[in-house]
Design a protein around this ligand. Structure first.
Ligand SMILES: [Ca+2]
Length: 369
């Protein structure tokens, strides 16, 4: 659950992030694994958000996504996507890592991207391309990115067919077809993009354990060190940690306008990650204040009501309300009741917007003010 909360913090980039990739953080590979929610992309341009199997999902509407990933280990990172499509017209997207294409199973062919094969969200490792028809010899085998040097790289997912819907991405060192199941592993924490600090192994270890407050305290202990290299590295480590915290707090503040509940969760999570520092105490105060604000209280009430029907509502087929066979589905009646109630009582909440969007998809007409 923790990772879900972190991802919500990054999600607000959909509304607020600058076009340029921010250097304030990255998904830090751990033990050869990187797990990213689509909705946690650092840059979201022209993809629409909707409900997914793992949190939210994004549907290609003609733009692109970018994710910053910090790799420590080098090698072949096999790519897996939790995705869905409606036909072969909307089943793929372009994938590159720092501008480099994927490799196919033969180690030579360079597919342009990846494709999915299911109308429901399902994990896929399949290549797309090169060209319109993926070569038969590699068509059914997994693809991988080659990470030759450690460092921070950008995974870019570009529009190839509008409608392609992405929920989650896993990059796994030497995957051996180990396709994830269900909602997949927990999301990798989105942490600070750390400089090289070989003189401060304890700071590195604390960042690795996601104990960012303790790492910042440790870095600050060494900024006045008599050893010049240690002092310099301590300063840059502290700067990187503060930059990450400041950017995350700014994104939470930007998210608050659209989703005060998610923003409050993000701020609480940030307070926990930076515990023990003045920054962490400030985030903790902010989270307390935000939680008690009327907009947050209203949104929380609406969310708890929506949560009671959301799961069943997700299972309804598009246009179900106009289909005679499913027209009497009790889940449909519950969705209609809740959507009407939320539209009347809590119209300006994310839960209401989700309920109305789902109601529209299944063909229900809900009056709004
Ligand atoms: Ca997701």
């Amino acid at each position: 659950m923790r990772s879900r909360i972190i991802s919500a913090g990054v999600l607000l980039c959909a509304f607020a992030c600058p076009a340029a990739l921010s250097a304030d953080g990255a998904f830090a590979e751990r033990d050869g694994l990187v797990v990213m929610e689509a909705e946690s992309a650092s840059v979201i341009r022209g993809w629409d958000e909707l409900d997914g199997t793992s949190g939210r999902a994004l549907r290609d509407a003609g733009g692109h996504l970018e994710f910053t990933v910090a790799f420590e280990r080098t090698g072949r990172y096999y790519a897996y996507i939790l995705a869905r499509c409606t036909s072969t017209e909307d089943n793929d997207a372009y994938f590159t890592l720092d501008g480099e294409r994927l490799y196919a199973s033969d180690g030579r062919t360079r597919p342009e991207g990846m494709r999915c094969h299911s109308k429901a969200f399902a994990w896929s490792f399949l290549p797309k391309g090169p060209g319109g028809h993926t070569p038969p010899a590699i068509k059914m085998d997994p693809v991988y990115f080659l990470v030759a040097q450690p460092g921070t790289k950008v995974l870019r997912i570009g529009s190839r067919s509008k409608g392609f819907t992405l929920d989650k991405i896993v990059l796994k060192l030497d995957g051996k077809k180990a396709k994830p199941e269900g909602a997949g592993p927990d999301e990798t924490p989105y942490g600070p993009a750390m400089p090289k600090i070989d003189a401060l192994p304890r700071v590195t270890a604390l960042v690795g354990a996601d104990r960012l407050g303790a790492a910042l305290i440790e870095a600050r202990r060494h900024v006045a060190s008599s050893d010049e290299q240690t002092a310099r590295q301590a300063r840059s480590a502290a700067e990187a940690l503060v930059a990450h915290a400041t950017a995350a707090a700014a994104r939470a503040a930007a998210l608050k306008r659209d989703d005060p509940v998610a923003a409050t969760r993000v701020m609480s999570e940030l307070a926990r990650r930076y515990a023990g520092t003045p920054e962490g105490r400030g985030y903790s105060r902010d989270a307390r204040v935000w939680r008690s604000e009327p907009a947050t209280v209203e949104a929380l009430k609406a969310e708890s009501i929506w949560a009671q029907v959301a799961r069943d509502a997700r299972g309804l087929k598009a246009g179900a309300a106009t289909d005679a066979r499913s027209g009497r589905d009790p889940a449909l009646a519950r969705l209609e009741y809740v959507a009407r109630f939320l539209a009347k009582r809590y119209p300006d909440t994310p839960a209401c917007r989700r309920a109305l969007a789902r109601a529209k998809e299944v063909g229900l007409a809900i009056p709004t003010r």
